[in-house]
Write a protein that binds this ligand. Structure first.
Ligand SMILES: CC(C)(COP(=O)(O)OP(=O)(O)OC[C@H]1O[C@@H](n2cnc3c(N)ncnc32)[C@H](O)[C@@H]1OP(=O)(O)O)[C@@H](O)C(=O)NCCC(=O)NCCS
Length: 167
């Protein structure tokens, strides 16, 4: 028996997959930590062009995750210049490496845009994503925005970004 989870790949949002994207659900007790995908897609639609970078994570023919990078280099708000704005891995597919894959995809896009620092905002608390973000290389900056902690990770611009497809 092969227990290896299906390999992830990145995909743009299309008319064919947008419904499945909006159906993605985290665990009910995680909903306080992240906006639903449909809200993120509405924000991406409303953002100036080339600022929001929404992508799906597909694996085994299913939508297993959603990630949205945000790249607004001239923003007065640190967290909006180059960061992970949203990350939702479906409840049924957590713990299989798809969240880490999504973070690396945004990091690769950030490096492609010549950025060497990636941020993320998280809501602290039991059952939240803090341990995950620390595990994938983020550290708190000490800044707080509303009820969220700002984390940062420095990127090595010498790494030549490879492509997982769908970019
Ligand atoms: C947080 C989240 C994105 C993690 O995604 P995931 O696909 O389950 O994570 P991965 O399987 O890629 O885990 C990568 C590593 O982080 C660890 N990890 C995952 N969730 C963790 C948590 N909540 N606390 C501590 N470590 C965690 C894993 O054990 C794994 O460690 P390893 O590489 O040493 O084995 C997912 O749980 C989720 O969507 N949560 C609800 C929404 C949310 O909080 N989003 C973030 C908004 S800022």
């Amino acid at each position: 028996m092969n227990d290896t989870p299906p390999a992830p790949r990145l995909a743009r949002i299309t008319p064919e997959n947008v419904g499945a994207a909006c159906d993605l659900r985290v665990h009910p007790d995680q909903e306080r930590f992240v906006a639903p995908v449909e809200r993120s897609l509405a924000e991406a639609y409303a953002a100036p062009s080339d600022v929001a970078w929404p992508r799906l994570v597909l694996a085994g023919g299913e939508v297993v995750g959603f990630v949205m990078g945000g790249f607004d280099p001239d923003s007065g708000i640190d967290a909006f210049r180059c960061g992970i704005w949203r990350l939702n891995v479906s409840a049924a597919h957590q713990g299989l490496g798809y969240g880490r894959f999504a973070v690396e995809a945004v990091a690769r896009e950030a490096r492609r845009r010549g950025r060497n620092r990636l941020t993320v905002l998280w809501v602290p608390g039991e059952g939240g994503p803090e341990g995950f973000y620390r595990g994938v290389g983020f550290s708190p900056t000490g800044q707080v925005l509303g009820d969220q902690v700002l984390g940062e990770r420095f990127l090595n611009l010498d790494d030549v970004p490879g492509s997982p497809g769908g970019e």
